[in-house]
Design a protein around this ligand. Structure first.
Ligand code: PEP
Length: 253
């Protein structure tokens, strides 16, 4: 049975002191107990905070993730951070292909394929983001766009390896805009993604893959979104920066 997950993407927010405080607050709330103890809780702070935050969280209850990684394992790549370095500070999951990385830093399928493979080779969990921009939805191209993003990167994997991937559907028009996709829109796309997976790898694999929704998800709308059968949790931006709000989303399950 697939796992429900709520993952916080802190983006370029919090200084070290604020980040440690936020992690401690989340840790304390998780330690008190969450509604469904099987829900996976992930936090993705900035690179500079990872080592320190790893010291203050219960690693059995909170999974530490990074927001990105380098395409290569080591060497002359000034300013980059490799999965090996990330692993050495306790990182277990990596967000890949966030729309901000695609649009501001030119990450294309080829880049993402390299990152995906390196993350998996190092036994870390990729959280692969996909999603259409507003113009694509308005032109009814959203299914085509998401299909291509998934097929061109994830479908190069064998079924055995593909099973380790978490997918996050994040309609770009809903990210940081306060404009959440309706639960019907989220369900429609998640079901579509699951069908694509079933066609490629079979229904057993498709039923096992966690598909998160991302885009202005908050404590007040999480329950409705997560009530849909193919929505297995959320990738949360803004609302992950306030411990109570983030935990309100975790406890929506
Ligand atoms: C995100 O950036 O992954 C995201 C979903 O952001 P927000 O929740 O702020 O829309």
């Amino acid at each position: 049975m697939r796992k429900n997950i709520v993952a916080g993407n802190w983006k370029m927010n919090t200084n070290l002191e604020e980040g440690i405080l936020l992690a401690k607050e989340i840790n304390a709330l998780v330690a008190k107990g969450i509604n469904d103890p099987k829900t996976g809780v992930i936090i993705a702070p900035p690179f500079t905070h990872l080592h320190a935050i790893n010291q203050v969280i219960d690693n059995d209850k909170i999974c530490l993730a990074s927001q990105n990684c380098a395409t290569d394992e080591k060497g002359a790549f000034t300013g980059e951070v490799s999965v090996k370095i990330l692993k050495s500070v306790g990182v277990k999951a990596v967000i890949l292909g966030h729309s901000e990385r695609r649009s501001y830093y030119g990450e294309v399928n080829e880049t993402l394929l390299k990152k995906l493979n390196i993350v998996l080779e190092n036994e870390m969990k990729p959280i692969f983001c996909c999603g259409e921009v507003l113009a694509e939805r308005e032109a009814s191209k959203h299914f085509k766009v998401v299909k291509e993003q998934i097929e061109n990167v994830l479908f190069s994997l064998s079924a055995e390896v593909f099973k380790k991937v978490v997918i996050a559907y994040e309609p770009v028009w809903a990210i940081g805009t306060g404009k959440t996709a309706s639960s019907e829109q989220a369900q429609e796309m998640h079901a579509f993604i699951r069908t694509l997976i079933a066609e490629k790898y079979g229904s057993e694999v498709a039923l096992d893959i966690t598909i998160l929704y991302g885009g202005s998800c908050k404590a007040s709308n999480a329950k409705e979104l997560f009530s849909k059968p193919d929505v297995d949790g959320g990738l949360i931006g803004g609302a992950s920066l306030v411990a109570d709000e983030f935990m309100g989303i975790v406890n929506a399950f």
